[in-house]
Design a binder for this molecule. Sequence first.
Ligand code: ZN
Length: 134
Amino acid sequence: MINKIEHIGIAVKNLTESSIIYEKILGAKSYKKKEVDTENVITEFFKVGNSKIELLQATSEESAIAKFIEKKGEGIHHIAFEVADIYTEIERLKAEGFIMINEQPKLGADNKLICFVHPKSTNGVLIEICQEII
Ligand code: ZN
């Protein structure tokens, strides 16, 4: 079951500059900033009601975020749906014919297990499904 849009991920070149923009838009400061070594990104989170904005800046040329910005420029990178049980959802989406980028959930930035659905199978939108680690 999909519960809600957990967050929208936005690829940025400069976290410091972008963070100021979102502080102004949302009228609030970010509540968390975290480096994810395994993904070569630094992330920064803003609360928006029940959802979040996740800014992502690459820390290496090898990062998927660096490659994304090179190809498409800065902007919306992914939409994340919160699910009750990520293992069940992965099986369900695979059975529906979606291509998973990783078939085993991995540890995300915000105390979550995450998994990505390939944009090839969603008409161009990178979709993340995530489950909070309790
Ligand atoms: Zn995300």
